[in-house]
Design a binder for this molecule. Structure first.
Ligand code: GLU
Length: 507
């Protein structure tokens, strides 16, 4: 059955989307899907001075990568559009005027220079219930004069008239009863001189017109809540007000304050879902996608930042999350970001994902490292052989590339000290045996190798390490006979011969 739940994520396109924003998207989305409701993406671009080109497209790319689709948005459309606030400019003034008429807001004619002067004279100057009597606004000048100024086109803004000595209460789904004193809040601008609404007016009007039932957003918006609560009331919409939830912050790894956009560079891990290139500075910030995260790992990690299902379970697919997510289990306190733990989630997801699922992202990782010479079938087998050893998708480059490319250098220190004629002779004989014999499976290769070593009076262990170095170049990779079997008879023989030549100088 179609439910009435309608939630929204309402980003301002002012830059790259930090992982805190993606977690807000995720919690909105999970709640919507769980309740058969709708997830709406609304672009809040009323502050044109902070508009950053490309930021909106970036938000969509992040959603795509995460596998989250908005039911209504600037791209998907919907019955409550437009979904970009700059295209809704004509809607807002009437509500600001309505507030003026009912005495909850007023026109203010002060120029920016006048206000700047006030700021110079009074430290921490605020336009509020204590100062508004001394300023140029429709509360202090005769009604007619104010009307005339407006008619003449005098530049003006509309400000909310914050009440005196009022406790503004609301219930937050995470924090319970929250209350603010109206005296602590200044008379915020609702409609700017250019006719654009500010965030405060637009967010309330649009949440109302778009029939939003639950408004989930980051804790940094909590101080704005009293203004919004009053606007809902003053506009006569209190009965339709959404339920609020202010999500706890994602904290720096040391717990000292909010994880900021700049922390990625500082701590050496990504804080953006995908690479973000600032259009002005051309500076690139790393994304989880590009460092080698699977979206499944990324989503799982994000969900666990500030939430758990009350059991020991840590691995959740999107479907599990939709089934198990609950607002009640979101923690009140901030969640420390732990990059090692984030990588652990990714590693677990690499382990449990099928080779088929991993094929495309691993192919991308290898192609980015200029390794292209393989078929899908070859890569599928390689993925199965090495995925247990990979934490990030980019690890497939080191762990997988030698299957498709003979080593161009060898870990000399592992071979040189013990290289001698006996070993050389053993490998020549082994290559000959391979040439004439059958190349069935890795188990029979291993038996043949061991039998020959014993016959030649070599310790099997002493022959295994050079064999690995011959095939791989270094001391890593899966079982060495699995590698030989995977690369095939001819390539195994080639690599032995190529290495024997290179090792010649070790003797
Ligand atoms: N436009 C605000 C932002 O950039 C929306 C905050 C809210 O959800 O009310 O996050």
């Amino acid at each position: 059955m179609e439910s009435t739940v309608r939630v929204r994520f309402a980003p301002s396109p002012t830059g790259g989307l930090h992982i805190g924003g993606v977690r807000t998207i995720l919690f909105n989305y999970l709640f919507a899907k769980q309740n058969n409701g709708k997830f709406i993406l609304r672009i809040e671009d009323t502050d044109q001075t902070r508009f950053v080109k490309g930021a909106e497209d970036y938000i969509y790319s992040c959603l795509d990568w995460c596998g989250i689709k908005a039911d209504e948005s600037t791209r998907a459309g919907g019955d409550y559009g437009p979904y970009r606030q700059s295209e809704r400019k004509s809607i807002y003034r009437q509500y600001a005027e309505q507030l003026v008429k009912s005495g909850y807001a007023y026109y203010a004619f002060d120029t920016s220079d006048e206000l700047e002067c006030k700021r110079q004279v009074t430290e921490n100057f605020r336009y509020d219930q204590n100062t508004r009597q001394t300023l140029r606004n429709s509360l202090n000048i005769p009604h007619e004069a104010a009307e005339n100024l407006i008619k003449e086109g005098a530049p003006h803004v509309i400000r909310i008239k914050m009440p005196k000595d009022e406790q503004i209460h609301f219930t937050d789904m995470i924090r319970g009863d929250v209350s603010f004193s109206s005296n602590d809040v200044d008379d915020k601008v609702l409609l700017k001189a250019d006719g654009m609404p500010t965030y405060h007016l637009a967010v309330v009007v649009d949440d109302y017109l778009m029939k939003i039932t639950h408004a989930f957003r980051g804790e940094e918006w909590l101080p704005s809540a009293p203004i919004h609560i009053l606007l809902w009331r003053y506009l006569g919409w209190a009965a339709d007000m959404p339920q609020w939830a202010h999500l706890p912050l994602i904290l720096k790894p040391n717990g000292n304050g909010k994880l900021s956009k700049r922390d990625g560079e500082k701590f050496g891990f990504p804080v953006y879902p995908i690479n973000w290139i600032d259009p002005a500075s051309r500076k690139k910030a790393d994304g989880f996608l590009e460092v080698g995260f699977l979206p499944e790992g990324f989503i799982n990690m994000l969900a666990m930042l500030g939430w758990n299902d009350g059991t020991e379970q840590e691995i959740f697919s999107m479907d599990d999350l939709i089934a198990k997510f609950s607002m009640e289990r979101i923690h009140k306190g901030g969640a420390k970001f732990d990059y090692e733990k984030a990588k652990w989630y990714n590693q677990e997801w690499i382990k449990i994902s099928s080779a088929k699922r991993l094929l495309s992202p691993v192919k991308d990782a290898l192609n980015n490292a200029h390794i292209q010479d393989f078929s899908d079938n070859q890569l599928l087998s390689v993925i199965d052989l090495v995925k247990e050893r990979c934490v990030l998708l980019t690890d497939f480059v080191e762990q997988g590339s030698f299957f498709f490319k003979a080593p161009d250098k060898y870990d000399t220190n592992s071979v040189k000290p013990k290289w001698n004629d006996d070993k050389e002779e053993f490998f020549k004989a082994f290559a000959d045996e391979l040439k004439s014999g059958e190349f069935l499976d890795s188990a029979s290769l291993e038996t043949n190798f061991k039998d020959l070593a014993t016959k030649k009076g070599l310790k099997v262990g002493d022959a295994m390490l050079p064999f690995r170095i011959m095939l791989v170049g270094g001391k890593f990779g899966p079982q060495v006979f699995d590698i030989a079997h995977q690369i095939g008879k001819d390539e195994t023989i080639n690599r032995i011969n190529q290495a024997l030549e290179a090792f010649e100088k070790y003797k």
